[in-house]
Structures are given as C-alpha cells and as structure tokens.
Design a protein around this ligand. Structure first.
Ligand code: 3HC
Ligand code: NAI
Length: 710
C-alpha cells in the first residue's frame, strides 16, 4: 500500500489500515499532505481486505493545521481552502469508517481533518482547537460548520471566536471526541476501529441535532459578539468566525461552507491577518540568535534566588515558583521581607478568587518560595536575579557580594531598567556570567522578558536565559546594552510626544482616546499614571544637568509631580482615581495646564486624532529605526515582539516596525520630516528610515548582519 507522496504512509494491521501523516515538525497540511491522504483513502476504499482505517500523525503531534507559510505566498484574491474542503468530503464519504487518532495537538485544519473522520479518539494529554483567529483568519475547511454539529453551538462559537485550545477530557465531554485512550494510541485506535468496522459510519455534516433553534442560539451569538468587541477590540476575524458558526445554524451544510469560505478569504487578505501571521513567526524567530547556535550548551537552573522583595522581586519569585523552580527571596530586613511576602500572598489569593489558580497550586508554589535575610543560602543556587532599588552604587555592592557568596557557574542577572549591564558586571570577577533579565510589571503577568547582553556575557548564559524564558512562560527577546534597552528607550519619545500634544492643547482624554482607538491597550497618559509619574520625574531630576537647554522638553508631568500627583498610587495624576483605582477626568488638570502653558508661551491649537497617532507612533518608529541601525535589536521583528508583549501594542497591527512597513516607509519618512520642520531637532529622521524609504525597502527586510551589540 504505497502513496505517491512521501509525506503520507499507509500500513495494515490485519483488517485495519493505518494512514500516517509524516510532515515534521508538526505535520502541517503542506502541499503533498492532503493529496497523500486523498490517495490513501482511494487505496483503502478499493482494498476489500480493509474494513476500517485509522488516521494519525507521526512524531510529536497529530496535525497542527494548515501550513501557515503557504498563506504568505498567496497574493491573488482568488478563493482559498476549497481543495481541503473537497478532501474532507471525500473522507466523510469513504464507505469504510475512519478513526482519527489524536496525540499532541489537532489545531485548525488538523481538527477540521479529524472532524471529517467518522470517529475521533485521543490520548488524555491531547488538545484540540480552532486557533485561526489568532492568525487573523477563520477556519477555512468547514471547521465552523462541523464543530457546532459535534460540540454544540455555544462551544463551537467560543472555540472559533476565541481560539483557545481545549483539553482532551473537555473535548470528550463536549462531543468532539468519542473516546480517550490511555497508553499506546495506535494500538488503542486500531482496537477501536475493529469494534466499529462494518457498522454504519456517521458523517459529521449530517448530524444536525446539536444545531439548536434561532431562539436558543440568539443570546449565544449576541454575547459572543459583545465579548469579541470587548476582548478582541479592533479585530475582524473573531466576528467573522461567529458569523460563520451562525451560518451553520441557518443554512444547509454546503451553503454554510460557501459562506465560511468567503469570510475566510476576506480575512486571509486583510492587514490583520498579515500582521498576525508576522507575529506568529516573529514570536518563534526572536528565539533564534545568529551567533548563539541551537547547540550551545545550557547551564542548569534548578534553584534560583531573587534579591529584593519589592514590586518586581516578589513578582519574579512568583514566576520561578510557578514554573516549579525553588527560589530564595532575600531582603535587607524582616519588615521588608514580611511586606514582600504579604504582597505575594495577596497576589496569589486574588488569582484564586478570580478562578485563575487553585488553592492547591498556590499552596505548592508558596512552598517553593523560601524567604531569607542577607545572602543566606545563596551558595547553592544556580541563578540569581537582582531586583533592588535602581541605583548603580547599590547594584555594584550587591553584585560584589554575589560574586563572593555564589558558587562558580552561577548566572548573575539584574532586573535594572536603566543601568549599564557592563558597569554592573565589572563589580564582579566573572562578567561573562552577568546578564540583564528585564521583567515587566507585574512580572508574574507580563509575558515580555528583555534579555540584555553585556559586552562579556557568555553564549551559554544567553542561551540558558533564552531557554529559561520559555520555561517561565515568557517571550524572551535579546537586546543590547543601551540606555532604556529597546522597549523603554522607544517609550521615552512616545510618551514625550503625548505630553507635548497635551501641552499644545490636544486634551488629555483626546490623546489617550486616539491611541486607545488605534488599538493600544491604554493611552500613554493613563499608562503614566499606572506606572507612577514620579519614577521618570526622579530620574529627570538626577540627570537635569545633562539636558540641553535649547531642546524643548515636556514640563507638565514634572509639575504634576511637584504637586504630589504621582498617578494611581497617590489617587491623582493626569486623572483622578477612586478607591478602586477607577479613573475619571479631573477638571483641575486642564485648568493647571492652561496656566502653565500660558506662562511658558506654548501656542494652543486644535489637534486632530490623526496627528496624535502619527506623532506618538512615529516617535516609536523613528527611535526603533535608530536602535535597529545601531544593532541594539537583532531584527525589526524583535522590536515588534517587545512592543506587543511589553507595551500593549495591538497585535493585529503587527508591532510598530511592521505597522510602519505597511503604511510605507516613504510616507512615514515624509511625515517625520514634516514633524522635524515643525518641531525641531527631536524629530531628526533616523538615517536608517531615510535610507530604507529612499530605496523603497522595509524594516522587515533589513538585516544588521551582526549579532546584537552589547
Ligand atoms: N504551519 C507552518 N509551520 C508551523 C505550523 C503551521 N501550522 N505550526 C508550527 N509551525 C512551525 C513553527 O513555525 C516552528 O518552526 P521553526 O522551528 O522553524 O521556528 C515549528 O513548526 C515548531 O513550532 P513551535 O516552535 O510552535 O513548536 P511547539 O511545540 O512549541 O508548538 C504548536 C507546537 C502548539 C502546534 C504550535 O506550533 C502552534 O500553535 N502552531 C500553530 C497552530 C495553528 O495556528 N493552526 C492553525 C493554522 S491555520 C489553519 O489551519 C487554517 C485552516 O482552517 C484551513
Ligand atoms: P521596589 O522599591 O519596589 O523594591 C526594591 C526592594 O529592594 C525593596 O523592598 C528593598 O528593601 C530591597 N532592597 C534594597 N537593597 C537591598 C539589598 N541590599 N538586599 C536585598 N534587598 C534590598 O523596586 P522595584 O520597583 O521592584 O524595582 C526593582 C528593580 O527593578 C529596579 O532596578 C527597577 O529599575 C527595576 N524595574 C522596575 C520596574 C517597575 O515597574 N517597578 C519594571 C522593570 C524593572
């Protein structure tokens, strides 16, 4: 039994044929796979000895879906997906029962394939899902039509619109799976196939009993649309997915498939989908560091320590504990330690109350966090993350002490957000083991981890931290050692423009709303209030003597701080806050702004939301271009991922550099030049932006050709 495509194999186990998809690493439905399955079906249909068949994946998974790389190659507007739809009809029409046997994941086209089989069995650890919305598309091979027929309308809407995976146990309960198989999946699936061989093979497309009635379904679709508008704000794919599931309840199967295919094609050609596919591959690309090969030996991180149990240190200790790594948490004195531990307990208790974690999980994690004073116990750990106050002298003292107490080969990481890794490293006798691990606040929630490479940081230490990021549930991005690293260095100009805009008369809410409507998770002024306006104010006061008096700088935030308005923590900043930290506008601030801007002689004018967005976002882009050119980020994609996971940039816009590419760098450059003429030196165009714009190129295509600069 040989199939022409080498991506699909057929073997026999008595009267049961086993079709195996073998397209590593994830058995995506790349060209050759659907054809191979179709051929296999023909072979077994014609073989009178075969009574039933099992369809499974080789290697670590069933099928992770359509081949996403293929989507990028599609440039014309023709309708897509129909070939796969045809294959699935052929499977369903196969006179001999087909059993899909799932291990790992059956995602997207993988689940669609399984649903066209007559039965589905799975290992208890398997997962199924329709994650297409995360790529800005919807299922394109009848997933929105078959899933409600198996799982019911509510579950299908949830899965197709939100894209979350469903574990095997839940999939069994909702009707997607027919049986769970402990132990050897192939043997169990073959045994199952023997049991159903010769019996009528149920076709999913003909099972209409779970499709409900319009009255029953109406509230399901209404709530799903509301949720999509709130939780996936600005995206079209979730709403299209809901429409397609609704079509399954209103139309015959074939028409429903047609409806789905039209919406799928619309989504596939959207900017949203291009951006989200860029994000999918970008997330994986950032893990690849040209001069730190995959084979680089890793250091063991079996036990860790965190110095400082403040805002960041406590969160970082939770991150280690959540990943099952025991962690010492060190403070200067007992009251500080008690405060830190109380915060950790409160954080965990909130998660339990919200149903995100179980009591049992929290109990286990708390046992892994071992409080300590000074550096007691540090001689046994494999990695230390320092998170004490931001001050070079203090950091140097701490690192000198760590150098003294830690065993050789320990990774010494700092969570500093502004200080030089190299200077900190020089206070030790082992700078090759020193690295920056810049967590974002709240550390136990935010997924970004900037990993800062010092001049002497060893490749083993970098490779270990990149790997560790994944283990800790973070997205690690390697950056160079410049002031503010990548994320905060770009955030400076972004927030500077937001403040200038307010000082020029744009209105506080108008600035925040324009950027919120652009898709940012929060407006820049509200973000300042959340993080604390005093943080930047203190730094600016320290470095004031270095400022050029001829360059304009924003003043309103300094003045707010002088009035004790530090943001949420003091109940007032740009906005005022109630006990629950809910923001409302504060008429005092526009009045103060009027007084201050009059005194400073800043002309007031009407400012459009387009100008607000362009000034803030292009300030990010222009600084991003400098960072890229100077080699502090490896690729434009790395900057994009930093902004998506650390700064609430909308994923459906792909990140600031991707966004600029899509607008067109010539347009961006011209706008930046306009701002340069209007507002002066701060808007000097980055040379790389000018160069790429004049050559008609993009940031995505730009390679520094060297590793990240330390
Ligand atoms: N197409 C092409 N390449 C894929 C792929 C896919 N569907 N899924 C994964 N890959 C690639 C990754 O890019 C990566 O490549 P690299 O090694 O060169 O970086 C490699 O496979 C391994 O992937 P991961 O690093 O993500 O491996 P993990 O083990 O961590 O995760 C996974 C495996 C959970 C399957 C994860 O890869 C995943 O979620 N994949 C995407 C699933 C998905 O979105 N499917 C829907 C596709 S759209 C569709 O099916 C449309 C249909 O309705 C017609
Ligand atoms: P914090 O002020 O909340 O906590 C610092 C803690 O360090 C205090 O509890 C203090 O008692 C303790 N400490 C001071 N000296 C110590 C020593 N010698 N040994 C043990 N503990 C000591 O500060 P926060 O906000 O947690 O910041 C810590 C570091 O993280 C800083 O470098 C900061 O720049 C950085 N960071 C802060 C972020 C934030 O949003 N707060 C975000 C990312 C980085």
């Amino acid at each position: 039994m040989t199939v022409t495509s080498n991506l699909v194999q057929v073997s026999k186990d008595g009267e049961i044929a086993v079709i195996t998809i073998n397209n590593p690493p994830v058995n995506a439905l790349s060209p050759g796979v659907p054809e191979g399955i179709a051929e296999a079906i023909e072979i077994l249909a014609a073989d009178s000895q075969v009574k039933a068949a099992v369809l499974m994946g080789a290697g670590k998974t069933f099928v992770a879906g359509a081949d996403i790389k293929e989507f990028g190659k599609i440039t014309s507007g023709e309708r897509r997906g129909s070939e796969l739809v045809e294959l699935l009809l052929k499977m369903e029409d196969c006179p001999k029962p087909l059993v899909a046997a799932i291990h790992g994941t059956a995602f997207g086209g993988g689940l669609e394939l399984a649903m066209a089989a007559h039965y589905r069995v799975a290992n208890p650890g398997a997962q199924v899902g329709q994650p297409e919305v995360r790529l800005g598309i919807i299922p394109g091979a009848a997933g929105t039509q078959r899933l409600p027929r198996l799982a019911g309308v509510a579950k299908a809407v949830e899965m197709c619109a939100e894209g979350n995976p469903v574990k095997a146990g839940e999939a069994l309960a909702s009707g997607i799976l027919d049986r769970l198989i402990d132990g050897d999946l192939r043997a169990g699936a073959v045994e199952f196939a023997r049991q159903i061989a010769g019996k009528p093979a149920p076709k999913t497309r003909e099972r209409n009993e779970k499709l409900g009635t319009p009255e029953h379904n109406a509230p399901i679709f209404r709530t799903a649309r509301q949720n999509a508008r709130n939780k996936q704000r600005g995206m079209i794919a979730p709403l299209a997915a809901i429409d397609a599931v609704e079509a399954a309840t209103l139309m015959p199967f074939e028409q429903g498939c047609d409806f789905e295919r039209n919406r799928f094609t619309e989504c596939l050609f959207s900017e949203e989908s291009k951006a989200l596919i860029h994000v999918f591959f970008g997330e994986r690309e950032v893990a690849k560091i040209p001069d730190v090969p995959k084979e680089t030996p890793l250091l063991p991180v079996r036990a860790a320590a965190v110095v400082g149990a403040g805002t960041m240190g406590g969160g970082i200790a939770m991150v280690f504990a959540n990943a099952g790594i025991p962690v010492l948490l060190a403070e200067v004195d007992q009251p500080a330690l008690d405060r830190g531990l109380a915060n950790i307990r409160r954080n965990y208790a909130n998660s339990v109350r919200k149903g995100r974690l179980t009591e049992q999980f929290v109990h286990e994690r708390l046992k892994l966090i071992q409080p300590t004073l000074g550096f007691d116990g540090f001689s046994t750990v494999d990695m230390v993350v320092e998170a004490v106050f931001e001050g070079m002298e203090l950091k140097k003292q701490v690192f000198a002490e760590l150098d003294r107490v830690c065993k050789p080969g320990v990774i010494l990481a700092t969570n500093t957000s502004t200080l030089s890794i190299d200077e900190i490293a020089r206070s030790t006798s082992r700078p090759e083991f020193v690295i920056g691990t810049h967590f974002f606040s709240p550390a136990n929630v935010m997924r970004l981890l900037e990993i800062v490479r010092g001049r002497e940081t060893s490749k083993e230490v970098i490779a270990t931290c990149m790997q560790l990021a994944k283990k800790l549930g973070k997205v690690g991005v390697l950056v160079g050692n410049c002031r503010g690293f990548v994320g905060n260095r770009m955030f400076g100009p972004y927030r500077r423009e937001a403040q200038f805009l307010v000082e020029e008369g744009a209105g506080i809410e108008a600035v925040d709303k324009a950027l919120f409507d652009f898709g940012m998770a929060m407006g820049p002024l509200a973000t300042g209030d959340l993080a604390g306006l005093d943080v930047g104010w203190r730094i600016r006061k320290e470095y004031r003597h270095l400022e050029d008096p001829h360059v304009r700088r924003p003043f309103a935030e300094d003045k707010l701080c002088e009035l004790g308005r530090f943001g949420q923590k003091t109940g007032a900043g740009w906005y005022r806050y109630d006990e629950q930290r809910r923001a409302e506008s504060d008429p005092a601030v526009p009045a103060l702004l009027k007084e201050w801007t009059e005194k400073a002689g800043v002309p007031q004018r009407v400012i459009s939301s387009d100008e607000i967005v362009d000034r803030c976002i292009y300030a990010l882009v222009n600084e991003g271009a400098r960072i890229l050119e100077q080699g502090y980020a490896l690729r434009a994609t790395d900057i994009d991922i930093i902004y998506l996971y650390g700064y609430g940039f909308p994923s459906y816009r792909g990140g600031p550099m991707w966004y600029a590419d899509r607008v067109g760098l010539d347009k961006v450059y011209n706008r930046v030049c306009g701002f340069h003429r209007q507002f002066g030196a701060l808007w000097e165009p980055a040379p790389l932006l000018e160069q790429l714009a004049s050559q008609g190129k993009t940031f995505s295509g730009f390679q520094t050709g060297r590793g990240v600069a330390a």
